[in-house]
Structure formats: structure tokens, C-alpha cells
Design a protein around this ligand. Sequence first.
Ligand SMILES: Nc1ncnc2c1ncn2[C@@H]1O[C@H](COP(=O)(O)OP(=O)(O)OP(=O)(O)O)[C@@H](O)[C@H]1O
Ligand SMILES: O=P(O)(O)OC[C@H]1O[C@H](OP(=O)(O)OP(=O)(O)O)[C@H](O)[C@@H]1O
Ligand SMILES: [Mg+2]
Length: 282
Amino acid sequence: MLRIAVPNKGSLSEPAVDMLREAGYRQRRDARELVLPDPDNDVEFFYLRPRDVAVYVGAGTVDVGITGRDLLLDSGSPAVEHLPLAFGRSTFRFATTAGTLTDVAQVARRRVATSYPVLVAQHLRDQGVEPAAVVRLDGAVESAIRLGVADVIADVVETGTTLRAAGLETFGEPILRSEAVLIRHASAEEPPGLDVLTRRLQGVLTAHEYVLMDYDVPLELVEAAVAITPGLESPTVSPLHNREWAAVRAMVRRDQTNRVMDALYDVGARAILVTSIHACRL
Ligand SMILES: Nc1ncnc2c1ncn2[C@@H]1O[C@H](COP(=O)(O)OP(=O)(O)OP(=O)(O)O)[C@@H](O)[C@H]1O
Ligand SMILES: O=P(O)(O)OC[C@H]1O[C@H](OP(=O)(O)OP(=O)(O)O)[C@H](O)[C@@H]1O
Ligand SMILES: [Mg+2]
């Protein structure tokens, strides 16, 4: 039975549970449940703090888990990224009082507050910058400068609202671009059942990332049209009752939908329809 760790709290918890449900797995209904077997799918879910997921996977007591790339790197665990999951996206950045610093080199001899001390110390070492200290805080890191325990912070930035509200601004290049990731142990053999979980999650990712596009096009324009919608392997081209026209169906990236519809219309395609993909296995 594959043991899967899932974040029980925080920004990653709800989207992780939603994604697993969409992939056909049972999920807990009560937030107090810590373990949930799903015998139909031969897996068992463990609801753990997102920061602890890499510790359990690294120790080998659960097989795989969902956590943030930033949390994985900060954990020092021997777990590795297996599949990026395209939610929980954020950047991890230095920030300080607006209008004061511009470059990571200026972190030298300054105090840095963060909830990710391993990640920050490693990054500064790689950059050859020696801070006065790395101060570990549990959260609300934005207050550390005003309250005098640090000169600079390094924290998760999503919309930037929290930084602005604290009168801070980012400086230097992002330390990391993070998102939720499925992790597994680096050296252990691939656990039985991970291939099925991976294919199911990839199916959910593809269903979100692509739409199905159908359109009609005069026969002599089929080649020009399919050049715009090559699909993943090859588009389906079917005859219409009117023999001078064909129907085409292809997968198209969701974020390209309108651009592709404009281009198809310009070459002469008509009755262009877009449908969401409910589920898929490539
Ligand atoms: N807006 C955000 N704020 C915090 N973490 C975010 C955000 N967006 C994505 N994340 C990711 O969530 C993970 C942090 O989860 P964690 O549960 O530790 O903190 P949290 O979401 O801030 O929850 P809380 O502080 O309420 O416990 C990291 O991987 C981080 O990159
Ligand atoms: O760029 P934004 O969209 O404002 O999001 C980023 C903020 O959200 C998180 O804080 P959270 O609310 O989890 O509080 P915490 O710092 O106490 O964890 C994170 O630590 C940042 O402070
Ligand atoms: Mg937080």
C-alpha cells in the first residue's frame, strides 16, 4: 500500500486535497482525521504539517508526499522532487525597508530574519555573501525589521500585499521560484503504486492545462488549420456530411485558447468550439 503525506494546514492543504480528489482518491471529510486509508486505490493518506512532510519522506516512513519546493530545500532531507504540481506558486525573496537596498551583496554584515534559515544560509553561501546572522522566526517575518531583530528579511512573496503593508520592498534576484511538488526518497527504489499516482496526477495537470478545440474547415484549408492546432500527437480530422468540409478536433493549451481561435478564424475555420477536459490519461 502506497503511503502518501498530504499537508494538513496552510496554503497548500486545500489545493492538494482537491487535486487528489480529482485524481480519483478518497480524501478526509473531517480535519481532525490524521490517517485515511483508501483501500480501493491501495493507498493510505497521512495528514501532516507541510514543513514535516519532507522529514517523513526522507526517513522513509511514508513513501511520497506533497510539500513546497522551498520547504523541501529548507528541510535538508534526502527527499527529492518527483513531480511539480503547478499550484502553491510563490517566489522566495529578500526584502527590506523601501528605498534602501538594491543588491544581495548588501546583505553582507546585516541580520536576516526568515522562517527558512537553511535555504537562506545556503543561498548566501553560494553567492559568497556573509550575513551578520540568520535569525529564525516562525512567521510574521515582516515585523522583524520594525521590531529591531533584523535588517533584512527573506520570505515567501505571492502577491506582495503583506510586504507593501509593512512598508517593505523586495531587492535582488529571487532566491527561488517555488510551487507544490510531489516528493520521494532519493535513493529508495520507486515504491509500488507510485507509477499509477504519477500518471493520475499528470492527468489532472493536463486536464487543467489544455482544452479540447473543435472546428469545421473547408478541405483545402485543413493543412493550414492543423498547422495552428497540431495537438499533442496529431489532431483528429473527420469527414462532414458536406463533403467539401472537414471537422477537426485537437488539444490546445488553455492559455492560448483565444489566440488560436483568432488564427483559425483568419484561415477560414468556422464553428470553433472549446470544451474543458474533465479527466485524461496520456
Ligand atoms: N501566499 C502564501 N503564503 C505562504 N505560503 C505560501 C503562499 N503561497 C504559497 N505558499 C507555499 O506554502 C508553503 C508554506 O506552507 P505553510 O503551511 O508552512 O505556511 P502557510 O501557508 O503560510 O500557513 P500558516 O502560516 O497559516 O501555517 C510554502 O511552500 C510556500 O511557498
Ligand atoms: O505576497 P502575499 O500575497 O502577501 O503572501 C505572502 C505572505 O503570506 C505568508 O504569510 P502568512 O499569512 O502565511 O503568515 P505567516 O508569515 O505568519 O506564515 C508569507 O509568509 C508572506 O508573509
Ligand atoms: Mg505562513
